[in-house]
Ligand binder design. Structure first.
Ligand code: SF4
Length: 120
């Protein structure tokens, strides 16, 4: 049995959560959360951790050299590095509008990389 201490990031309150894990890594108990979102966050963090990704992508033929982008949803934590490699090698032709999909379904995660600003 193992205990993991987490800080919930699902809202600004930042409750301290303790998760008790079984020998196989299964979640046995979640305590310290104030609401169900904290319970869901803690279970997900211990079994299938994900992260949102924010970075920039190179722009071709525009005034700006790069445009800021983010993942449209959370990406599995273990794939963050490989996703960043793909994004770093990508480029997009100007003009780019907020919300444009810059990379669709990055590395088969089902998550699109979208622009968070315009680039003329
Ligand atoms: S457990 Fe609920 S109230 Fe506490 S930080 Fe998470 S989302 Fe907010």
């Amino acid at each position: 049995m193992e205990k993991r201490e987490l800080v919930c990031v699902a809202c600004p309150l930042g409750c301290g959560i303790t998760v008790t894990l079984g020998d196989g890594g299964e979640v046995l108990e979640v305590t310290g959360n104030t609401c169900k979102r904290g319970d869901a966050y803690a279970r997900s963090e211990c079994t299938a951790p994900t992260r949102s990704l924010t970075t920039t992508v190179r722009v071709e033929g525009g005034k700006a050299y790069v445009v800021p982008v983010k993942s449209a949803g959370p990406v599995p934590k273990g794939m963050m590095f490989d996703c960043m490699k793909v994004i770093n090698q990508a480029s997009v032709k100007a003009p780019v509008k907020i919300g444009d999909v810059v990379i669709k379904n990055v590395l088969g995660t089902g998550v699109d990389i979208v622009a968070t600003n315009n680039a003329e």
